[in-house]
Every structure is written in C-alpha cells, then in structure tokens.
Design a protein around this ligand. Structure first.
Ligand SMILES: Nc1ncnc2c1ncn2[C@@H]1O[C@H](COP(=O)(O)OP(=O)(O)O)[C@@H](O)[C@H]1O
Ligand SMILES: [Mg+2]
Length: 404
C-alpha cells in the first residue's frame, strides 16, 4: 500500500495506523498509538489537523489537507483526506506528494523566469522603438532636402540674370569712364578699385554657381537617399542608391588629423533595376559604410606609427571597395569591403546581435547591423554575410533577389 491510513478520535489521538511498516511514517506506530497529534507533530501542524477533523465532523464531507513533515533527512509533502466514521472516529488517508510538489515548485520557478524574460523583452522592444525613432531621422533629412530645394533653385535660376545685369552695369560704367569728367571719375574708380571689381565679379559669380550646383547635388542625393515616397517594393537603381549614400557620408571621407582621406574604389557591374524598399536598403548601405569608416579610423589610431611609416607607399591607404554584380540568374550581389581594424571571430559571431557594440558609450548603439540583417533577410528575403580578418579588414556581402 502506498498510502498511510490513520484512525484518530475527536481529540486527535492515534487509534490505528496502517500499514504498520509504512516507510514514510513520522515515528514508529508503537510510539504514536494512544498519543495525541499535539504530542507528536508540531503545534501548527497539529492545530491544522484538529481543525480539519472538526470541519469533517461538521460538514460530513471529506476534508483535504496538505502538510509537510521532516522524515529522516528529507522534507516530505503529504496530501491527506480526512473523513468522519462516526462522532468520535476519523479516518485519514495520507499520500506522499513530494514529487508533485517538486514539479509545482519547478513550474513556479519557470513561470517566474518567463515573467522576467517577458519583462526584459518588453524593455528590449522599447529600446528598439527608440532606435526606430532614430531612423525617422532619415525622414527628417528628406524633409530638409525638400525644403531647401526650392530656395536653392530660386537662387540658381537668378544667378544668370545677376550675371547679365552686372555685365550691363559694368558696360555703363565703362562708357562713363570714357566720356564723363575724367579726373573726378578716375578718382572714384580708384577709390572703389573698379579694376579689381571688374575682375572679381565674374569670379564671385562663378564660385556662387559652383556652390549652388553643389547644394543642388546634395539635395538630389538626400532625396534619393531618403526615398521618402517609397513605402513599397519599387524598381531601384542600386548604384544610384549607393552613390547617394556615399554623398551623404562625404564629409567623413575627407582627410582629418586622425586619418588621411579615405579612398573609395567602385567596381560596379551591370545591374538591372532591383525590386526593393529603397529607403530601407539605403539604411543598410549607410550602416555598413559608417561602420567601415569607424573601422578605418580605429585601425589608423591603433597603428598610427605603422601608418606613418607605410603611408607613402600607398599600401595602407584607408580604402573602402564596393563591388556589385549579378549572380546566379535573378540575384544581385553587393560587397562592401574595408581594410580597417577587422574583427575577431568572437566579434564576428555577435555582429548581428541587437545591442552588440564595441564602441564607446554614446557612439555605438549596436543596432545598426541588427536592423540591417532584418532588412536584408526578412524584408528582402536575401542574405547578409560578414567576412573578416583581424588587422586586415572586413567585407559585408549582401545578396538579394532582383524580383519578388
Ligand atoms: N566593418 C567593420 N569592421 C570592424 N568591426 C565592425 C565592422 N562593422 C561592424 N563591426 C563591429 O560590429 C559592432 C556592431 O555594429 P553595429 O550594429 O553597426 O553597432 P555600432 O556601430 O553602433 O557599434 C561594432 O561595434 C563593431 O565592433
Ligand atoms: Mg554601426
């Protein structure tokens, strides 16, 4: 028999115990028979039992109790059913439920762990939403591009007239110079240095022209880069996208105290238009290129002396190489490599993990490659791979289908 059967009277005195050799008895039956449960069990446990006995008597129903006893080295949990046989006799059938209790404890622990994980996930989600807000910065850029486009066109269109008018004015002055009061006029001309102005006005105008042309170019790039109007799959010229991203990052390619100018090698194949989310794909190019520039900066800081020694040879020119090609009918490949610091195997394993960053607080978010991975693999059903050798360089390879 697995269960222990006890017969007690209304005062909690042990009348019978079976089976006599039950392995899980608190004490040998001989020591319990005739004694009250208050003399055998702890008073809290005994009170609980006696209350249950009274309840069984009052309700004429079976009462269930759960309690634990230390037997030997172990804490054993029991579930017992108590029922009255008559006014003064009660039967109690106790079953060892330690195993079930243990499982319940485990389950409770697991539930607690799950609750905590859920809490952490919520936090992560909140942080990711924050990161997404950062990407709406892209939309801001698009807005700015739109806003400055009009005035810049306005200035640009008017430059031609200014040029014409100025030339007319200069012609009048020229005429006056020859027919008016020569002495006075001469003095005036010298005072305003007319000779210099004549030479300088065309120079100023042409430099203004170059300036505005440049602004127009930037505006165009910003527009291509943000692709604000593209919230769906559209046929995109990948090279145009890469170039606009390069343009947006232009300021970071220039020579600084930390780094000589970064050389960008473009090895563009012949690509068809590719169906994609243009804005999101640009975000990927942006993340990979920005990381490449960081990796080049870090490398040159760490190897400043090596760079100075070797720089003239051109071997260590900080370089970003972009190669595009069509592979296996229907797929395009875009490889972006840099000869920067490179990554250890340890870092390579984690590069696509959310919040993984090696950069100082405030500089790195660790979201760039994570979001890029989602964009390429989930949204575009493509592949994003990372190959890297420490101190040699890193290459990210994007493969996406041409059509969806
Ligand atoms: N081209 C690269 N060369 C070397 N390390 C890189 C390169 N790209 C990414 N990494 C590593 O991967 C980490 C994660 O990149 P990313 O997700 O863009 O986050 P973040 O740039 O904010 O650190 C970087 O901190 C860096 O350690
Ligand atoms: Mg980054």
């Amino acid at each position: 028999m697995q269960d222990v059967i006890l017969v007690l009277d209304a005062e909690g005195r042990y009348l019978k115990i079976a089976p006599s050799g039950a392995p899980l008895l608190y004490q040998p039956p001989a020591e319990m028979l005739g004694r009250k449960i208050h003399d055998v069990l702890s008073s809290a446990c005994a009170d609980y039992f006696l209350n249950s006995i009274q309840q069984a008597l009052l309700t004429k129903k079976t009462v269930k109790v759960e309690y634990s006893l230390s037997i030997g080295e172990q804490e054993v949990w029991f579930e017992a059913n108590i029922a009255s046989m008559d006014e003064n006799t009660f039967v109690c059938v106790a079953r060892d439920i330690s195993e079930r209790k243990q499982m319940e404890d485990q389950l409770r622990q697991q539930t607690e762990n799950l609750a905590q994980t859920l809490q952490e996930l919520r936090q992560t989600q909140a942080q990711m939403i924050q990161a997404e807000k950062m990407s709406s910065l892209g939309q801001l850029v698009a807005g700015v591009a739109h806003e400055i486009n009009n005035p810049v066109n306005f200035i640009h269109g008017n430059l031609t007239y200014i040029e014409e008018y100025t030339q007319d004015l200069l012609r009048i002055i020229h005429h006056q110079q020859q027919s008016g009061n020569k002495l006075e006029f001469q003095a005036l001309c010298e005072e305003i240095d007319l000779e210099y102005i004549q030479k300088d006005v065309p120079r100023i105008l042409s430099s203004m022209k170059v300036g505005t042309q440049r602004i127009r170019q930037i505006v165009l790039s910003l527009r291509t880069f943000s692709r604000i109007d593209e919230a769906e799959f559209k046929a995109v010229d990948i090279h145009e996208s890469i170039d606009s991203t390069l343009m947006v990052l232009q300021h970071r390619f220039q020579e600084t105290t930390k780094l000589p100018a970064i050389q960008v090698i473009k090895d563009y194949g012949t690509l068809p238009l590719v169906e994609c989310y243009g804005g999101e794909l640009n975000q990927v190019f942006m993340n990979i290129l920005a990381n490449a520039i960081d990796a080049l900066e870090e490398w040159t800081i760490e190897n400043a002396q090596l760079r100075i020694d070797n720089f003239t040879s051109g071997l260590l020119t900080p370089t970003i190489a972009i190669r595009t090609s069509v592979i296996d009918a229907g797929w395009v490949k875009i490889a972006i490599a840099n000869n920067g610091i490179g990554m250890s195997e340890q870092i390579q394993k984690q590069v696509f993990n959310p919040f993984f960053t090696n950069k100082p607080v405030g500089k790195g978010t660790g979201m760039g490659m994570f979001i890029s991975y989602q964009i390429i693999t989930e949204t575009h059903r493509g592949k994003l791979e990372c190959h890297s050798i420490p101190a040699v360089g890193t290459e990210f390879v994007i493969t996406i289908p041409i059509q969806h």
